[in-house]
Ligand binder design. Structure first.
Ligand SMILES: [Zn+2]
Length: 82
């Protein structure tokens, strides 16, 4: 298995199983710091290796709480009234 350190955090990158280390040219996200790298592998050797975006992270889906919950808004109203 190929082990290439991340350009940002220097932790070894984990290659998903769908990546063929003998012939791969594409992007990879570091599991540790979430940076997006572009890597070209030929015969398990990195031929092209560059940072695309530092600290790129796939954020978990966040529930937008711009609309206050009924209980919260009532409490706020009461506080404002007094
Ligand atoms: Zn990293």
């Amino acid at each position: 298995m190929v082990e290439i350190p991340c350009l940002v955090c220097e932790k070894p990158l984990k290659f998903p199983s769908y990546i063929n280390p003998d012939n791969y040219d594409g992007q990879l996200v570091c599991n540790e710091c979430g940076s997006l790298l572009h890597i070209k592998l030929v015969a398990s050797e990195p031929r092209k290796y560059r940072l695309v975006k530092k600290g790129f992270k796939i954020q978990p889906i966040q529930i937008i709480t711009a609309v206050p919950r009924p209980n919260d808004s009532e409490e706020t109203k009461n506080e404002n009234a007094t």
